[in-house]
Design a protein around this ligand. Structure first.
Ligand SMILES: [Zn+2]
Length: 183
């Protein structure tokens, strides 16, 4: 225990130390968030090779680049991809941007109610939501099954909207117009 006279400057020094510590922790938190984003790249949104446009088969070559999962029909297309990666990554970004919205508030894999921490990704022009990225394995086992669920749910929601009198459904050529109507 020292006298009060020498306590004041020490207190100031400690204050500065804790401020620095707080900033350090904050920076650490930001770095952590970056790591998580890196560890979970956005799932590949297309059903075909982003370079050749070929359907993806057993030769599919998968890797991560710039936060995206990338799939090529085979490793033979990797040199072509690496010639202009930005061009191909832009295609993936565009697929994410132009995807049709997820129609319901429940997880497409397990059917549980979604909350604000749910995980969103795009596949085959459709936005999907699941409780947690760990459910991607289930999704990837049979993506077409979930595409069918999405289509059925979207059709049902559109029908319910029409029945509620909110959106008048134009006969025949309604397909696209009801999808994009968000107001
Ligand atoms: Zn779920």
């Amino acid at each position: 225990m020292s006298c009060c006279g020498s306590f004041t400057p020490l207190n100031a020094a400690m204050k500065r130390f804790f401020t620095l510590l707080a900033f350090g922790l904050l920076a650490l938190g930001v770095a952590r968030a970056d790591d998580t984003a890196k560890a979970q790249p956005k799932p590949y949104p297309l059903t075909v090779c982003v370079v050749s446009g070929q359907k993806l088969g057993p030769q599919t070559y998968t890797f991560d680049q710039a936060g995206y999962e990338v799939k090529l029909a085979s490793k033979d297309y990797l040199p072509e991809f690496q010639k202009s990666p930005m061009k191909y990554l832009a295609k993936l970004a565009q697929a994410y941007k132009s995807a049709k919205p997820y129609p319901v508030g429940i997880c497409v894999v397990c059917g549980m109610q979604l909350d604000s921490t749910c995980y969103t990704f795009v596949y085959d022009g459709r936005q999907f939501k699941i409780c947690d990225p760990s459910e991607l394995d289930d999704f990837n086992r049979d993506p077409n099954k979930y595409v069918k669920i999405w289509d059925a749910a979207t059709a049902r929601v559109a029908k319910e909207k029409a029945a509620a009198g909110g959106v008048p459904v134009a006969p025949a050529a309604s397909g696209n117009s009801t999808m994009t109507m968000s107001m």
